[in-house]
Design a protein. Structure first.
Length: 284
């Protein structure tokens, strides 16, 4: 640990790094920021170089469960345990959009991407998605400078009747697939244990990859067509896309609840109950 950020009495539930400016690498130290979501519904923006909190916002009435920056870093998207999604400006501290489409089910993932939005017949500068625990995914086109936010697609994945309450079910996880335009990958509790590749253009599932169990975490490499998938039986899988022989790894002491590729794609961070592992992907 090279530096620590101020401690809050509230529990930190989620966090995200601010993306580096377009065309700038590495990111200047003075512009490195982290946004964290807390159990009291607040968002806090920290400067990494100064190790201090720069901004505190309160866009939610429930605990935060997901947070991310917009692709250009100009907005912060946050999702709560009650399913409410808020879009806030880190420049002004104001919340400019509150979306209740997922109300009633905790938000599990928020993701933004730079995409060719005009291919889908809508206006906007980027696409973003929200996924909730009830297996619903909403995809949006937004132009933050023009204050536009338009629903592009709404997905609901079927599943058999499960036990009461969503807490006991595997999480619903969806991310944009960087190796095929207009496609996203979804894993979650469903009719089969599989990863689904859904086309936003064709409005259908293009293909499926069978999995040994329901996934508990998911990350796609930004450098090579690979997925990292975590499972509840301490298993980590590296899955080539769109097809290929998977590689399975043990080493965790519990459910692999977090997978994250580094921006270079050369390292992978995974976490379980009491272990955080960093993997070197020499062959990726």
């Amino acid at each position: 640990v090279t530096r620590s950020l101020p401690i809050s009495l509230q529990s930190c539930q989620c966090l995200a790094w601010k993306p580096r400016p377009i065309g700038v690498w590495p990111c200047p130290r003075e512009s490195q920021h982290v946004v964290a979501g807390y159990s009291d519904g607040t968002l806090r923006v920290f400067s990494v170089s100064r190790t201090e909190m720069e901004l505190k916002m309160h866009p939610h009435a429930a605990a935060l469960t997901a947070v991310t920056y917009s692709a250009d870093g100009e907005m912060i998207l946050s999702g709560g345990k009650d399913g409410i999604v808020a879009v806030s400006s880190p420049r002004t501290g104001m919340t400019i959009h509150v979306l209740a489409d997922h109300k009633g089910s905790p938000i599990t993932i928020l993701q933004c991407t730079r995409k060719q939005y005009h291919d889908f017949g809508v206006e906007g500068g980027e696409l973003w998605l929200a996924t909730s625990s009830d297996r619903r995914v909403s995809i949006w086109a937004s132009d933050w400078l023009q204050d536009k936010c338009e629903l592009l697609d709404w997905l609901s994945f079927p599943a058999p009747a499960g036990p009461e309450g969503l807490d006991s079910l595997p999480p619903s996880l969806a991310v944009f697939y960087p190796w095929e335009h207009g496609v996203l990958v979804y894993v979650g509790f469903g009719l089969q244990k599989e990863a689904l590749f859904y086309s936003l253009r064709k409005k259908q599932v293009l293909r499926k990859i069978s999995l040994p169990a329901f996934a508990t975490s998911l990350s796609l490499s930004p450098a090579a067509p690979f997925m990292a998938i975590g499972f509840g039986d301490r298993l980590l899988r590296l899955q080539p896309c769109p097809a290929g022989d998977p590689q399975d790894y043990a080493g965790h002491d519990d459910t692999v609840h977090l997978c994250r590729f580094a921006p270079s794609g050369r390292r992978l961070l995974t976490a379980s109950h009491s272990a955080v592992l960093v993997w070197e992907l020499t062959g990726a």
